[in-house]
Design a protein. Structure first.
Length: 145
C-alpha cells in the first residue's frame, strides 16, 4: 500500500520505521526552535506533513514508548485519529505527565503513526444480543485487575 505525503515545510521528515518489523512509523517534530512542555501542560507540535490515506483506512497516532515510559510525554488525546479525507497538517498534541519540563527539539521523533483498515459498518438496533461465556462482565471480570 502507498500513502502519499506532502511536505508543507522543507525541514519536514517523512515518517519512517525504526526497524523492518516496526508497526508504527515515527513522526518527527518540524520546529524552527525548541519547544518546552511544562509539567501538566500540553503543546501542539507540527510535523510539517499532510497526507492522503487510501479510502477505507485511518491513521492512528500513538505514543512512542520511550517518551511515555521514560519522560511521561504522550499524545494529549491518548490516540489521535486521522480520517482518510483529512488533508491538513498532521499535528501532535503532546502532554507532559511528569514533574519535570520536557524540551522537544526540531527533528525529534515525537509519536508513531499506524495505518489501519477502517471498514464501514452499520449500527443496527436489536432487542437482544447473543450470549457469551463472559456475558456482561466488565472491568476486572477476568480476574486480572
Amino acid at each position: 500500500m502507498t500513502v502519499l505525503f506532502q511536505k508543507l515545510c522543507p525541514a519536514a521528515q517523512l515518517p519512517r520505521r525504526a526497524t523492518a518489523s516496526s508497526a508504527g512509523y515515527d513522526l518527527c517534530a518540524c520546529l524552527s526552535g525548541p519547544v518546552t512542555i511544562a509539567p501538566g501542560q500540553t503543546a501542539t507540535i507540527p510535523t510539517g506533513l499532510a497526507m492522503a490515506l487510501p479510502e477505507g483506512y485511518g491513521g492512528f497516532v500513538f505514543a512512542r514508548s520511550g517518551l511515555g515510559i521514560r519522560h511521561g510525554i504522550v499524545p494529549g488525546n491518548c490516540v489521535g485519529v486521522i480520517d482518510a479525507d483529512y488533508r491538513g497538517e498532521l499535528l501532535v498534541g503532546l502532554h507532559n505527565h511528569s514533574a519535570d519540563p520536557y524540551t522537544v527539539q526540531p527533528g525529534d521523533r515525537i509519536a508513531q503513526l499506524v495505518v489501519l483498515a477502517t471498514p464501514c459498518w452499520d449500527a443496527v438496533e436489536t432487542d437482544r444480543l447473543d450470549d457469551t461465556c463472559r456475558g456482561d462482565g466488565g472491568f476486572g471480570s477476568t480476574g486480572n485487575q
